[in-house]
Ligand binder design. Structure first.
Ligand code: BG6
Length: 484
Protein backbone atom coordinates (compact mmCIF):
# COMPACT_ATOMS: atom_id res chain seq x y z
CA UNK A 1 0.00 0.00 0.00
CA UNK A 2 1.16 3.54 -0.78
CA UNK A 3 1.88 6.02 2.01
CA UNK A 4 1.10 9.69 2.47
CA UNK A 5 2.99 11.55 5.16
CA UNK A 6 1.27 14.81 6.02
CA UNK A 7 3.54 17.18 7.90
CA UNK A 8 1.82 19.90 9.93
CA UNK A 9 4.23 22.71 10.76
CA UNK A 10 5.95 22.17 7.40
CA UNK A 11 7.77 25.50 7.47
CA UNK A 12 9.29 24.75 10.89
CA UNK A 13 12.75 23.87 11.99
CA UNK A 14 12.16 20.17 12.76
CA UNK A 15 10.83 19.57 9.25
CA UNK A 16 13.83 21.00 7.46
CA UNK A 17 16.45 19.86 9.98
CA UNK A 18 15.29 16.31 10.68
CA UNK A 19 12.20 15.02 8.86
CA UNK A 20 12.96 15.85 5.23
CA UNK A 21 16.67 14.89 5.53
CA UNK A 22 15.58 11.54 7.02
CA UNK A 23 13.09 10.91 4.21
CA UNK A 24 15.69 11.96 1.63
CA UNK A 25 18.19 9.51 3.14
CA UNK A 26 15.64 6.69 3.06
CA UNK A 27 14.93 7.48 -0.57
CA UNK A 28 18.65 7.60 -1.41
CA UNK A 29 19.17 4.19 0.17
CA UNK A 30 16.14 2.78 -1.66
CA UNK A 31 14.32 2.19 1.63
CA UNK A 32 11.44 4.63 1.25
CA UNK A 33 8.40 2.50 0.43
CA UNK A 34 7.33 2.72 -3.21
CA UNK A 35 4.68 5.37 -3.80
CA UNK A 36 5.39 7.44 -0.66
CA UNK A 37 4.12 11.02 -0.87
CA UNK A 38 4.98 13.84 1.47
CA UNK A 39 2.47 16.65 1.87
CA UNK A 40 3.55 19.70 3.84
CA UNK A 41 1.12 22.17 5.30
CA UNK A 42 1.53 25.36 7.32
CA UNK A 43 0.41 28.99 7.01
CA UNK A 44 3.34 29.96 4.76
CA UNK A 45 2.25 30.40 1.15
CA UNK A 46 4.62 28.01 -0.61
CA UNK A 47 3.90 26.21 -3.85
CA UNK A 48 5.16 22.66 -4.46
CA UNK A 49 8.09 24.16 -6.38
CA UNK A 50 9.06 26.86 -3.90
CA UNK A 51 8.90 24.43 -0.95
CA UNK A 52 10.97 21.86 -2.81
CA UNK A 53 13.57 24.50 -3.67
CA UNK A 54 13.87 25.59 -0.04
CA UNK A 55 14.09 21.98 1.15
CA UNK A 56 16.79 21.18 -1.41
CA UNK A 57 19.02 23.82 0.21
CA UNK A 58 18.31 22.80 3.79
CA UNK A 59 18.67 19.09 3.04
CA UNK A 60 22.00 19.67 1.30
CA UNK A 61 23.14 21.52 4.41
CA UNK A 62 22.02 18.84 6.88
CA UNK A 63 23.06 15.68 5.06
CA UNK A 64 26.39 17.10 3.84
CA UNK A 65 28.24 15.03 1.26
CA UNK A 66 25.48 12.42 1.13
CA UNK A 67 23.49 14.97 -0.87
CA UNK A 68 23.53 14.69 -4.64
CA UNK A 69 21.47 16.50 -7.23
CA UNK A 70 20.56 13.20 -8.87
CA UNK A 71 19.22 11.67 -5.65
CA UNK A 72 17.34 14.85 -4.85
CA UNK A 73 15.69 14.86 -8.28
CA UNK A 74 14.54 11.26 -7.71
CA UNK A 75 13.10 12.20 -4.34
CA UNK A 76 11.67 15.71 -4.86
CA UNK A 77 8.62 14.79 -7.01
CA UNK A 78 7.20 13.01 -3.93
CA UNK A 79 6.98 16.37 -2.12
CA UNK A 80 3.79 18.46 -2.22
CA UNK A 81 2.53 21.49 -0.37
CA UNK A 82 -0.83 22.90 0.58
CA UNK A 83 -1.09 26.09 2.65
CA UNK A 84 -3.44 25.85 5.63
CA UNK A 85 -4.10 27.08 9.14
CA UNK A 86 -4.02 24.38 11.82
CA UNK A 87 -6.59 26.33 13.85
CA UNK A 88 -9.18 26.57 11.08
CA UNK A 89 -11.65 23.78 10.38
CA UNK A 90 -11.98 24.72 6.71
CA UNK A 91 -8.23 24.20 6.18
CA UNK A 92 -8.78 20.57 7.18
CA UNK A 93 -11.72 20.22 4.79
CA UNK A 94 -9.49 21.52 1.98
CA UNK A 95 -6.65 19.25 3.05
CA UNK A 96 -8.96 16.21 3.16
CA UNK A 97 -10.20 16.93 -0.36
CA UNK A 98 -6.63 17.52 -1.59
CA UNK A 99 -5.39 14.22 -0.10
CA UNK A 100 -8.37 12.27 -1.46
CA UNK A 101 -7.61 13.63 -4.91
CA UNK A 102 -3.91 12.84 -4.62
CA UNK A 103 -4.68 9.29 -3.50
CA UNK A 104 -7.59 8.79 -5.85
CA UNK A 105 -6.07 5.98 -7.84
CA UNK A 106 -4.87 4.06 -4.79
CA UNK A 107 -5.82 4.31 -1.11
CA UNK A 108 -2.80 5.09 1.05
CA UNK A 109 -1.76 4.70 4.66
CA UNK A 110 -1.73 8.18 6.09
CA UNK A 111 0.66 9.48 8.69
CA UNK A 112 -0.29 12.85 10.20
CA UNK A 113 2.91 14.23 11.67
CA UNK A 114 2.41 17.05 14.17
CA UNK A 115 5.68 18.91 13.84
CA UNK A 116 4.13 21.97 15.45
CA UNK A 117 4.22 23.85 18.73
CA UNK A 118 2.62 21.63 21.43
CA UNK A 119 -0.33 24.00 21.90
CA UNK A 120 -1.61 22.89 18.47
CA UNK A 121 -1.68 19.15 19.25
CA UNK A 122 -5.19 19.14 20.69
CA UNK A 123 -6.83 21.41 18.08
CA UNK A 124 -5.14 19.49 15.27
CA UNK A 125 -6.44 16.14 16.56
CA UNK A 126 -9.95 17.57 16.97
CA UNK A 127 -9.96 19.08 13.47
CA UNK A 128 -8.71 15.82 11.95
CA UNK A 129 -11.60 14.07 13.66
CA UNK A 130 -14.17 16.62 12.55
CA UNK A 131 -12.97 16.31 8.94
CA UNK A 132 -13.32 12.52 9.21
CA UNK A 133 -9.61 12.10 8.54
CA UNK A 134 -8.92 9.53 11.28
CA UNK A 135 -11.39 6.99 10.03
CA UNK A 136 -9.69 3.78 8.87
CA UNK A 137 -12.19 1.96 6.66
CA UNK A 138 -10.16 2.52 3.47
CA UNK A 139 -6.62 2.51 4.85
CA UNK A 140 -4.72 2.98 8.13
CA UNK A 141 -4.57 6.48 9.63
CA UNK A 142 -1.84 7.29 12.13
CA UNK A 143 -0.91 10.38 14.10
CA UNK A 144 2.63 11.21 15.23
CA UNK A 145 3.03 13.52 18.20
CA UNK A 146 6.37 15.10 19.02
CA UNK A 147 7.65 15.74 22.49
CA UNK A 148 6.90 17.39 24.87
CA UNK A 149 3.80 15.29 25.48
CA UNK A 150 2.26 17.52 28.15
CA UNK A 151 4.09 19.50 30.78
CA UNK A 152 2.98 17.42 33.76
CA UNK A 153 0.76 14.46 34.55
CA UNK A 154 -2.51 16.41 34.32
CA UNK A 155 -1.75 17.99 30.97
CA UNK A 156 -0.47 14.68 29.57
CA UNK A 157 -3.71 12.99 30.66
CA UNK A 158 -5.77 15.75 29.08
CA UNK A 159 -3.82 15.46 25.86
CA UNK A 160 -4.24 11.67 25.83
CA UNK A 161 -7.97 12.09 26.36
CA UNK A 162 -8.28 14.66 23.59
CA UNK A 163 -6.30 12.51 21.15
CA UNK A 164 -8.24 9.37 22.10
CA UNK A 165 -11.52 11.09 21.27
CA UNK A 166 -10.40 10.90 17.65
CA UNK A 167 -7.67 8.25 17.37
CA UNK A 168 -7.56 4.81 19.00
CA UNK A 169 -4.31 4.06 20.85
CA UNK A 170 -3.04 1.81 18.03
CA UNK A 171 -3.12 4.86 15.74
CA UNK A 172 -1.05 7.10 18.05
CA UNK A 173 2.76 7.33 17.81
CA UNK A 174 4.37 9.46 20.53
CA UNK A 175 7.92 10.30 19.53
CA UNK A 176 10.92 10.11 21.78
CA UNK A 177 13.76 10.38 19.31
CA UNK A 178 16.13 8.57 21.72
CA UNK A 179 14.22 5.38 20.95
CA UNK A 180 15.19 5.74 17.28
CA UNK A 181 18.90 5.75 18.09
CA UNK A 182 20.58 2.50 17.07
CA UNK A 183 22.51 2.28 20.32
CA UNK A 184 19.30 2.58 22.31
CA UNK A 185 17.67 -0.33 20.44
CA UNK A 186 20.94 -2.13 20.92
CA UNK A 187 20.35 -2.18 24.68
CA UNK A 188 17.65 -4.77 23.95
CA UNK A 189 19.91 -6.73 21.61
CA UNK A 190 22.79 -6.64 24.07
CA UNK A 191 20.68 -7.82 26.99
CA UNK A 192 18.31 -10.25 25.31
CA UNK A 193 20.22 -11.69 22.34
CA UNK A 194 23.16 -12.80 24.49
CA UNK A 195 23.21 -15.32 27.29
CA UNK A 196 26.20 -14.10 29.24
CA UNK A 197 25.08 -10.68 30.49
CA UNK A 198 21.57 -11.33 31.79
CA UNK A 199 22.64 -13.67 34.63
CA UNK A 200 24.70 -10.86 36.19
CA UNK A 201 22.19 -8.10 35.42
CA UNK A 202 20.72 -7.85 38.92
CA UNK A 203 21.24 -6.94 42.58
CA UNK A 204 23.57 -9.90 43.18
CA UNK A 205 26.24 -8.46 40.90
CA UNK A 206 25.42 -4.81 40.28
CA UNK A 207 26.12 -2.12 42.86
CA UNK A 208 24.40 0.74 41.04
CA UNK A 209 23.70 2.17 37.59
CA UNK A 210 24.55 5.66 36.32
CA UNK A 211 22.73 7.04 33.30
CA UNK A 212 24.16 10.35 32.14
CA UNK A 213 23.24 12.63 29.26
CA UNK A 214 25.79 15.44 29.20
CA UNK A 215 25.70 18.10 26.50
CA UNK A 216 28.19 20.79 25.63
CA UNK A 217 25.47 23.02 24.28
CA UNK A 218 23.96 25.74 26.41
CA UNK A 219 20.34 26.74 25.97
CA UNK A 220 21.29 29.44 23.47
CA UNK A 221 18.14 30.99 22.05
CA UNK A 222 15.73 28.42 23.50
CA UNK A 223 14.90 30.38 26.67
CA UNK A 224 11.22 30.65 25.73
CA UNK A 225 10.91 26.89 25.99
CA UNK A 226 13.63 26.10 28.49
CA UNK A 227 12.65 28.58 31.20
CA UNK A 228 9.35 26.76 31.70
CA UNK A 229 10.74 23.27 31.04
CA UNK A 230 14.10 22.93 32.81
CA UNK A 231 16.14 19.77 32.79
CA UNK A 232 13.49 17.48 34.34
CA UNK A 233 10.85 18.10 31.68
CA UNK A 234 13.35 18.48 28.84
CA UNK A 235 15.52 15.38 29.40
CA UNK A 236 14.31 13.24 32.32
CA UNK A 237 10.63 12.60 31.70
CA UNK A 238 11.39 11.28 28.21
CA UNK A 239 14.94 10.43 27.14
CA UNK A 240 16.47 9.39 30.48
CA UNK A 241 13.34 7.55 31.51
CA UNK A 242 13.55 5.54 28.27
CA UNK A 243 17.19 4.61 28.86
CA UNK A 244 16.29 3.67 32.43
CA UNK A 245 13.37 1.41 31.51
CA UNK A 246 15.32 -0.37 28.77
CA UNK A 247 18.16 -1.02 31.21
CA UNK A 248 15.93 -2.19 34.05
CA UNK A 249 13.10 -4.07 32.30
CA UNK A 250 12.53 -7.82 32.24
CA UNK A 251 12.82 -9.73 28.95
CA UNK A 252 9.63 -9.40 26.89
CA UNK A 253 8.25 -12.64 25.43
CA UNK A 254 8.11 -11.20 21.92
CA UNK A 255 9.66 -8.26 20.15
CA UNK A 256 6.43 -6.49 19.43
CA UNK A 257 5.11 -3.15 20.54
CA UNK A 258 2.86 -4.15 23.40
CA UNK A 259 5.10 -6.85 24.88
CA UNK A 260 8.03 -4.43 25.00
CA UNK A 261 5.96 -1.57 26.35
CA UNK A 262 4.26 -3.76 28.98
CA UNK A 263 7.68 -4.56 30.43
CA UNK A 264 8.75 -0.92 30.42
CA UNK A 265 5.55 0.06 32.16
CA UNK A 266 6.18 -2.56 34.88
CA UNK A 267 9.52 -0.91 35.67
CA UNK A 268 7.93 2.52 35.92
CA UNK A 269 5.31 1.12 38.27
CA UNK A 270 8.06 -0.39 40.44
CA UNK A 271 9.82 2.95 40.98
CA UNK A 272 9.48 3.90 44.62
CA UNK A 273 7.30 7.02 44.97
CA UNK A 274 9.06 10.03 46.46
CA UNK A 275 7.73 12.14 49.28
CA UNK A 276 8.99 15.68 49.78
CA UNK A 277 11.80 14.61 52.13
CA UNK A 278 12.84 11.89 49.64
CA UNK A 279 13.11 14.46 46.87
CA UNK A 280 15.32 16.64 49.04
CA UNK A 281 17.56 13.67 49.92
CA UNK A 282 17.57 11.96 46.51
CA UNK A 283 18.01 14.77 44.00
CA UNK A 284 20.53 17.48 43.16
CA UNK A 285 19.87 20.48 40.99
CA UNK A 286 22.16 22.99 39.37
CA UNK A 287 22.46 25.82 36.89
CA UNK A 288 25.43 26.79 34.75
CA UNK A 289 26.87 30.11 35.75
CA UNK A 290 26.11 32.15 32.66
CA UNK A 291 22.54 30.80 32.32
CA UNK A 292 20.97 33.98 33.68
CA UNK A 293 22.81 36.02 31.05
CA UNK A 294 21.31 34.04 28.16
CA UNK A 295 18.88 36.01 25.97
CA UNK A 296 15.36 36.18 27.48
CA UNK A 297 16.28 34.37 30.67
CA UNK A 298 15.01 35.96 33.87
CA UNK A 299 18.01 37.42 35.75
CA UNK A 300 16.80 35.65 38.91
CA UNK A 301 15.78 32.43 37.18
CA UNK A 302 15.84 29.26 39.26
CA UNK A 303 15.50 26.94 36.28
CA UNK A 304 17.75 23.89 36.56
CA UNK A 305 20.11 23.06 33.72
CA UNK A 306 21.63 20.21 35.75
CA UNK A 307 19.71 17.48 37.50
CA UNK A 308 20.64 14.26 39.27
CA UNK A 309 17.97 11.92 40.57
CA UNK A 310 18.35 8.66 42.47
CA UNK A 311 15.59 6.19 41.70
CA UNK A 312 14.90 3.04 43.70
CA UNK A 313 13.17 0.16 42.00
CA UNK A 314 11.08 -2.02 44.28
CA UNK A 315 11.24 -5.44 42.67
CA UNK A 316 13.25 -8.63 43.11
CA UNK A 317 15.84 -7.84 40.47
CA UNK A 318 16.73 -4.34 41.62
CA UNK A 319 16.01 -4.06 45.35
CA UNK A 320 18.86 -2.01 46.87
CA UNK A 321 20.41 -1.04 43.52
CA UNK A 322 20.11 2.71 42.97
CA UNK A 323 19.71 4.09 39.47
CA UNK A 324 21.33 7.52 39.22
CA UNK A 325 19.96 9.58 36.36
CA UNK A 326 21.81 12.76 35.48
CA UNK A 327 21.68 15.35 32.75
CA UNK A 328 23.34 18.68 32.19
CA UNK A 329 23.88 21.42 29.66
CA UNK A 330 27.20 23.30 29.27
CA UNK A 331 29.27 20.24 30.04
CA UNK A 332 32.86 19.93 28.81
CA UNK A 333 31.81 17.33 26.24
CA UNK A 334 28.80 15.59 24.77
CA UNK A 335 28.26 12.09 26.01
CA UNK A 336 25.28 9.89 26.75
CA UNK A 337 26.28 6.78 28.63
CA UNK A 338 24.91 4.04 30.81
CA UNK A 339 27.43 2.83 33.35
CA UNK A 340 26.73 -0.50 35.02
CA UNK A 341 28.89 -0.50 38.11
CA UNK A 342 29.42 -4.03 39.35
CA UNK A 343 30.07 -4.99 42.97
CA UNK A 344 33.49 -5.51 44.50
CA UNK A 345 34.69 -9.14 44.51
CA UNK A 346 33.60 -10.73 47.80
CA UNK A 347 37.20 -11.32 48.87
CA UNK A 348 40.46 -9.91 47.52
CA UNK A 349 43.42 -12.17 48.08
CA UNK A 350 45.96 -9.77 46.54
CA UNK A 351 47.84 -7.92 49.20
CA UNK A 352 49.37 -5.24 47.03
CA UNK A 353 49.29 -1.47 46.81
CA UNK A 354 46.82 -1.59 43.92
CA UNK A 355 44.20 -3.16 46.16
CA UNK A 356 43.87 0.13 48.05
CA UNK A 357 42.57 1.88 44.97
CA UNK A 358 40.82 -1.16 43.63
CA UNK A 359 37.96 -0.52 41.21
CA UNK A 360 35.28 -3.11 40.49
CA UNK A 361 34.15 -4.09 36.98
CA UNK A 362 32.26 -1.59 34.92
CA UNK A 363 30.30 -1.95 31.74
CA UNK A 364 29.71 1.22 29.78
CA UNK A 365 27.09 1.45 27.07
CA UNK A 366 28.20 4.48 25.11
CA UNK A 367 24.97 5.70 23.50
CA UNK A 368 26.62 8.65 21.75
CA UNK A 369 28.91 9.88 20.32
CA UNK A 370 31.42 7.18 19.24
CA UNK A 371 28.73 4.58 19.76
CA UNK A 372 29.92 1.40 21.38
CA UNK A 373 30.46 -0.62 24.52
CA UNK A 374 33.35 -0.88 26.93
CA UNK A 375 33.93 -3.56 29.54
CA UNK A 376 36.43 -2.64 32.23
CA UNK A 377 38.21 -5.37 34.19
CA UNK A 378 41.30 -5.91 36.32
CA UNK A 379 44.44 -7.35 34.81
CA UNK A 380 47.82 -8.31 36.13
CA UNK A 381 50.45 -5.81 35.03
CA UNK A 382 53.16 -7.92 33.36
CA UNK A 383 56.54 -8.13 34.95
CA UNK A 384 55.51 -6.13 38.02
CA UNK A 385 54.84 -8.62 40.78
CA UNK A 386 51.13 -8.90 41.51
CA UNK A 387 50.30 -5.36 40.52
CA UNK A 388 46.78 -4.91 39.16
CA UNK A 389 45.45 -2.41 36.70
CA UNK A 390 42.04 -1.68 35.16
CA UNK A 391 42.01 -2.47 31.44
CA UNK A 392 39.23 -2.70 28.91
CA UNK A 393 37.62 -4.45 25.99
CA UNK A 394 36.14 -2.04 23.49
CA UNK A 395 33.50 -2.49 20.84
CA UNK A 396 32.80 0.30 18.34
CA UNK A 397 29.90 0.24 15.91
CA UNK A 398 31.88 2.26 13.39
CA UNK A 399 34.70 -0.21 13.10
CA UNK A 400 32.48 -3.30 13.03
CA UNK A 401 29.80 -2.04 10.64
CA UNK A 402 30.30 -0.07 7.46
CA UNK A 403 28.73 3.35 7.08
CA UNK A 404 27.45 5.94 9.52
CA UNK A 405 24.74 5.10 12.00
CA UNK A 406 21.48 6.48 10.62
CA UNK A 407 19.73 9.40 12.28
CA UNK A 408 16.94 8.37 14.66
CA UNK A 409 14.21 9.86 12.49
CA UNK A 410 14.90 7.49 9.59
CA UNK A 411 14.07 4.47 11.69
CA UNK A 412 11.12 6.13 13.41
CA UNK A 413 9.49 7.35 10.19
CA UNK A 414 9.82 3.92 8.60
CA UNK A 415 8.34 2.28 11.68
CA UNK A 416 5.30 4.57 11.64
CA UNK A 417 4.75 3.84 7.95
CA UNK A 418 4.96 0.12 8.68
CA UNK A 419 2.74 0.36 11.75
CA UNK A 420 5.36 -0.78 14.25
CA UNK A 421 4.90 1.12 17.52
CA UNK A 422 7.63 -0.67 19.53
CA UNK A 423 9.83 2.42 19.55
CA UNK A 424 7.07 4.85 20.52
CA UNK A 425 5.67 5.65 23.95
CA UNK A 426 2.27 4.31 24.91
CA UNK A 427 -0.21 6.51 26.78
CA UNK A 428 0.25 4.73 30.14
CA UNK A 429 4.03 4.88 29.79
CA UNK A 430 4.00 8.64 29.26
CA UNK A 431 1.66 9.17 32.19
CA UNK A 432 3.67 6.93 34.53
CA UNK A 433 6.86 8.78 33.59
CA UNK A 434 5.18 12.08 34.45
CA UNK A 435 3.98 10.49 37.68
CA UNK A 436 7.64 10.01 38.66
CA UNK A 437 8.83 13.44 37.53
CA UNK A 438 5.92 15.55 38.80
CA UNK A 439 6.58 15.12 42.55
CA UNK A 440 10.24 16.04 42.01
CA UNK A 441 9.37 19.07 39.91
CA UNK A 442 6.82 20.19 42.52
CA UNK A 443 9.41 20.15 45.28
CA UNK A 444 12.00 21.84 43.05
CA UNK A 445 9.47 24.62 42.38
CA UNK A 446 8.70 25.05 46.08
CA UNK A 447 10.46 26.67 49.02
CA UNK A 448 11.64 23.20 50.16
CA UNK A 449 13.70 22.72 46.98
CA UNK A 450 17.26 21.45 47.38
CA UNK A 451 19.73 24.33 46.86
CA UNK A 452 20.42 25.32 43.26
CA UNK A 453 24.17 24.74 42.89
CA UNK A 454 25.90 26.92 40.32
CA UNK A 455 28.55 25.31 38.12
CA UNK A 456 31.07 26.63 35.65
CA UNK A 457 30.69 25.78 31.97
CA UNK A 458 32.82 22.71 31.36
CA UNK A 459 32.17 21.21 34.79
CA UNK A 460 30.15 18.07 35.48
CA UNK A 461 27.59 20.00 37.49
CA UNK A 462 27.72 21.66 40.91
CA UNK A 463 30.10 20.51 43.65
CA UNK A 464 27.03 19.47 45.65
CA UNK A 465 26.54 16.68 43.13
CA UNK A 466 30.01 15.22 43.74
CA UNK A 467 29.57 15.54 47.50
CA UNK A 468 26.13 13.91 47.37
CA UNK A 469 27.58 10.86 45.63
CA UNK A 470 30.49 10.70 48.06
CA UNK A 471 28.08 10.72 51.00
CA UNK A 472 26.62 7.55 49.52
CA UNK A 473 30.07 5.99 49.25
CA UNK A 474 30.05 6.26 45.45
CA UNK A 475 31.57 8.33 42.71
CA UNK A 476 30.29 9.72 39.45
CA UNK A 477 31.91 8.26 36.39
CA UNK A 478 32.92 11.62 34.94
CA UNK A 479 34.74 10.75 31.79
CA UNK A 480 34.12 12.24 28.41
CA UNK A 481 33.26 9.48 25.97
CA UNK A 482 35.29 6.44 26.94
CA UNK A 483 35.38 5.49 23.27
CA UNK A 484 36.43 7.75 20.41
C1 BG6 B 1 15.86 17.31 22.96
C2 BG6 B 1 15.99 18.36 24.03
O1 BG6 B 1 14.70 16.54 23.13
O2 BG6 B 1 16.99 16.45 23.00
C3 BG6 B 1 17.27 19.12 23.88
O3 BG6 B 1 14.89 19.25 23.96
C4 BG6 B 1 18.46 18.19 23.80
O4 BG6 B 1 17.46 20.04 24.96
C5 BG6 B 1 18.23 17.10 22.77
O5 BG6 B 1 19.61 18.97 23.45
C6 BG6 B 1 19.30 16.06 22.84
O6 BG6 B 1 19.17 15.18 21.76
P1 BG6 B 1 20.44 14.42 21.15
O7 BG6 B 1 19.87 13.50 20.13
O8 BG6 B 1 21.32 15.49 20.59
O9 BG6 B 1 21.08 13.73 22.31
Amino acid sequence: MAHTIVIFGASGDLTSRKLIPALYELSRKGRLPEGTRIVGTSRTEYTDESWRAELADSTAKFVGDRFSEENWQNFAPAIHYLPGDIEQADSFQRLAAYLDELEESQPATRVYYLSTAPRFYQPAAAHLGAANMAEESRAPRRIVIEKPFGTDLDSARQLNEAVHKVFAEHQVYRIDHYLGKETVSNILAFRFANTIFEPVWNRNYIDHVQITAAEEVTIGHRAGFYETAGVLRDMFQNHLMQLFTLTAMEAPARFEADSVRDEKVKVLRAVRPMREEDVVASTVRGQYRSYRDEPNVDRRSNTSTFGAVKLSVDNWRWQGVPFYLRSLKASSCRTTQIVIQFRQPPHLMFDTESVKTFEANRLILQIQPAEGIQLQFQTKVPDAGMKLRMTDLDFRFRTKFAGDLPEAYQRLLLDVMQGDASLFSRSDEVELAWGIIDPIQRVWDSSSAPPLGLYAEGDWGPVTSTAWMQQQGRQWFDLCPVLH
